[in-house]
Write a protein that binds this ligand. Structure first.
Ligand SMILES: Nc1ncnc2c1ncn2[C@@H]1O[C@H](COP(=O)(O)OP(=O)(O)OP(=O)(O)O)[C@@H](O)[C@H]1O
Ligand SMILES: [Mg+2]
Length: 450
């Protein structure tokens, strides 16, 4: 889970932001002064720090400088109650990712957080790529060989839009990167965008950019993704979840290959679009959630990734590959005969991502060098799915059983999950579960929790 430090001496504001972020599944620490913040930073590492500018015990700008120097990986977002252009410029110059004027809009703050997390992740991913070339696509099954030849064909046609489909964890993003890397665009940018996570109010400017002064808050010109990726590839992930309004804009872009900046003129861009989805787009079209004309536009070259359970032959190859990729493999791990049978019999609902997790966990838990994957027998496998907050502020809890269980057991797991998530606070857990506090109490008593 991503860790965020919030510093603001208006305690109410600080707590409200912290609470809002917790509901969205971040680990949050709230502090009310510079001293407290410095202690927290010494003791723990944070992915993002939200920083107020004017504080009773000093200036957030000083702390900004210190954090930049000592913890360069930590992203910093400034929030201030007073509009002051000079401070804003100073903060950006010192390396803040964003600068918000209070009151801060929740969705926009979360979006800025996600964006800064992604850019630091992307940087490390980029250096990973440079070190290791590109990650290979492992597998000898007919299905994967077909995928390889489709990637080649896509790479040879650098303007063709590609649609990558397949269940979760089957390797859609990996394939999208190969399409980019193997073609003539490989020296240019590859920009992944998750279509389901952009707040509606920011969609147009995120995609198409805006001119300075196009709307309140647009204090500088910003290029949209298509413009930033000019020459390269834009990877539109989860396109099946794209807002209808954006579908219309995207269609217009695909037809004209021109972007229209909000409040500005039109610019020609040359990018390849690769889309991915785990949804059945034809069905989305039939049920009127996805524009038919856009579907035809994006479904020019379809690369479909079959689920892992349909290519059992590749399971062991992949498992050995993930073992070999382990950095500290001093033990020379081997998979036992029984282990191979278990790997091949398991259904892999989370596909290759789940396999990777299972292999890595098995290596950590193994006593010697032999891996027998006994865990798979007992259905004790961790699901790849994570608990995620839903749009309306409720929480989706991952329970992950893969054997028949009683309702009581499910109820217990859900309640325990909610309690852990709310750090043991029963009232908050009741809220998350949309129950009265007293009915949650009585359920806990019946199930023997707490
Ligand atoms: N054929 C393969 N060979 C080696 N590694 C693979 C292969 N396919 C997928 N992987 C690895 O499995 C993991 C999941 O792949 P990826 O993120 O591309 O899946 P995805 O289809 O985009 O999943 P989701 O729908 O959940 O976003 C990654 O670590 C990826 O490198
Ligand atoms: Mg993906």
């Amino acid at each position: 889970m991503r860790k965020i430090l919030v510093l603001d001496d208006e305690t109410e504001f600080c707590d409200r932001i912290a609470e809002m972020l917790r509901l969205r599944n971040y680990l949050v620490k709230a502090v009310y002064g510079l001293g407290q913040a410095r202690v927290a930073l010494e003791l723990e590492s944070f992915d993002v720090v939200l920083l107020d500018v004017f504080l009773q015990d000093g200036s957030g700008v000083d702390l900004l400088g210190e954090i930049r120097k000592r913890w360069p990986e930590t992203a910093i977002i400034m929030m201030t109650g007073m509009e002051d252009v000079r401070t804003a410029i100073e903060c950006i110059r010192l390396g803040a990712e964003e600068y918000f004027l209070k009151p801060v809009h929740n969705d926009e703050l979360v979006f800025a957080i996600e964006k800064s997390l992604k850019s630091s992740r992307q940087q490390s991913e980029l250096s990973m790529y440079r070190d290791s070339g590109n990650y290979p696509i492992i597998g000898e099954s007919e299905a994967i060989q077909e995928v390889r030849s489709l990637i080649e064909r896509a790479a040879a046609n650098p303007d063709v839009t590609v649609l990558v489909t397949g269940e979760t964890g089957t390797g859609k993003e990996l394939v999208a990167r190969h399409v980019h890397m193997q073609g003539r665009r490989s020296q240019e940018a590859f920009i992944p965008i998750n279509c389901s996570s952009i707040p509606e109010s920011l969609i147009e400017s995120e995609f198409f950019g805006h001119e300075k002064g196009a709307f309140t808050g647009a204090d500088r010109q910003q290029k949209g993704v298509f413009e930033r990726a000019n020459g390269g590839t834009v990877f539109l992930d989860e396109i099946g979840d794209m807002e209808v309004r954006l579908q219309t804009s995207l269609l217009r872009f695909l037809e004209t290959r021109r972007v229209h900046r909000v409040g500005g003129g039109e610019i020609d861009v040359d990018v390849r679009i690769v889309c991915a989805t785990n949804k059945d787009l034809q069905k989305e079209v039939d049920e009127l959630r996805f524009r038919k004309d856009l579907y035809f536009r994006v479904n020019v070259l379809n690369i479909h990734l079959p689920p892992l359970r349909e290519r059992t032959g590749d399971v062991v190859l992949l498992a050995r590959y993930f073992i070999s990729r382990q950095k500290h493999n001093h033990r020379n791990f081997v998979i036992t005969e029984a282990g191979i049978r278990r790997l091949e019999r398991y259904a892999w609902p989370g596909n290759i991502r789940e396999l990777k997790n299972v292999v890595e966990r098995e290596m950590i838990l193994a006593r010697g060098a032999e891996l027998d994957f006994v865990q798979l027998e007992h259905g004790l496998v961790e699901r790849p799915e994570e608990s995620v907050p839903l749009e309306d502020g409720r929480l989706h809890l991952a329970v992950g059983f893969d054997r028949p269980v009683s309702l009581d057991e499910i109820e217990r797991r859900v309640i325990e999950g909610a309690l852990t998530y709310c750090s043991g606070n029963v009232s908050r857990a009741a809220e998350v579960l949309q129950l009265g506090r007293s009915s949650l109490r009585s359920k806990m008593k019946r199930l023997g929790i707490g």
